[in-house]
Ligand binder design. Structure first.
Ligand SMILES: [Zn+2]
Length: 165
């Protein structure tokens, strides 16, 4: 698991399709909780920056948008400050920036993309707005979750076979 991979997936998966409509989990108290869980403040501005970064990252991962165009403007003049620890140097956006968490999310996207090439992808169910990092050995995982989208696809394939015979 790459550093901040959990943050990346939490942000990417914060607009799930529920009962046919796109839900927003990066707003209000729920969004605040998510931000605080990952070291943010949960302020309205921070959540807005996170939503912008999420939408840009979704376009990059799912629609193969040009990362330079999609992410560049959101990173702007981002600067990182070092914290030296026995296990290495950790670079973080200054804590007083509202876009700190959004920048960390973009850095996590970069780390996952470099460390696990091709393993970050959108769920193969086009009606689902969730994403996954495929840690399986063969690298063929297609679904955000086998329990939901995977089984639904299996049931559909089964019904198709049934009709065909
Ligand atoms: Zn799915």
């Amino acid at each position: 698991v790459v550093h901040d991979e959990e943050l990346l997936i939490a942000v990417l998966n914060s607009a799930p399709v529920e009962d046919g409509t796109r839900a927003e989990h990066l707003g209000g108290a729920r969004g605040g909780e998510l931000a605080v869980r990952f070291g943010g403040t949960g302020s309205a501005l921070e959540l807005r920056r996170l939503r912008e970064m999420r939408d840009a990252l979704q376009r990059v991962v799912r629609d193969h948008a040009d990362p330079a165009k999609a992410l560049g403007p959101l990173l702007g003049d981002a600067a990182l400050t070092p914290t030296v620890t026995p296990s290495g140097i950790h670079w973080k956006p200054p804590a007083d920036r509202d876009d700190g968490l959004a920048i960390r999310t973009a850095m996590a996207w970069s780390a996952v993309t470099e460390g696990l090439p091709g393993r970050l992808r959108a769920c193969a169910n086009t009606e689902c707005n969730l994403f996954l990092v495929d840690h399986s050995r063969p690298g063929t995982a297609k679904w955000c979750s086998m329990a939901t989208c995977g089984n639904r696809a299996k049931a559909r394939a089964h019904a198709r076979r049934h009709r065909a015979t």
